[in-house]
Design a protein around this ligand. Structure first.
Ligand code: ZN
Ligand code: ZN
Ligand code: ZN
Length: 102
C-alpha cells in the first residue's frame, strides 16, 4: 500500500466532518478517505462488506468505497474531483457512469 504521506498532509484540511476526533491518519491507514471506514469494511450505506460494496480506484491512486465516491461525485461541491487531492476523478478501472453488467 503506497500512500503519499506528503500529499496527504497537503490536503489534510479537507475532510468530511465525521465527528471523529482522531488525527492518527498520518501514516496512511487503509481507510476510505471519505467515510474513514477501513477498506475491508463497508461504506455507511451498506451493512455487509464484500461484493455489494466494492472499492473504486482512481487514476490518482486514491481508493474509496465505490458508494462513497459515487455519492461524493454526485454532489455539486465535488466538481467531479477526487476528494483527497482535488484532481479530476478518473476511474482507473472503468468510467463512472458506465452501466454495470447485470
Ligand atoms: Zn467509504
Ligand atoms: Zn456501500
Ligand atoms: Zn486522488
Amino acid at each position: 500500500m503506497k500512500v503519499k504521506v506528503k500529499q496527504w498532509h497537503a490536503v489534510a484540511q479537507w475532510r468530511w466532518d465525521t465527528g471523529y476526533n482522531n488525527d492518527q491518519d498520518d501514516d496512511g491507514e487503509d481507510v476510505c478517505g471519505i467515510c474513514r471506514v477501513p477498506y475491508e469494511g463497508c461504506c455507511p450505506s451498506c451493512k455487509m462488506p464484500g461484493d455489494d460494496c466494492p472499492l473504486i480506484w482512481g487514476e490518482c491512486t486514491h481508493v474509496f468505497h465505490m458508494h462513497c465516491l459515487l455519492k461524493w461525485i454526485g454532489t455539486a461541491a465535488s466538481k467531479q474531483q477526487c476528494p483527497m487531492d482535488r484532481k479530476p476523478w478518473v476511474n482507473a478501472e472503468r468510467k463512472i457512469g458506465s452501466a454495470p453488467p447485470s
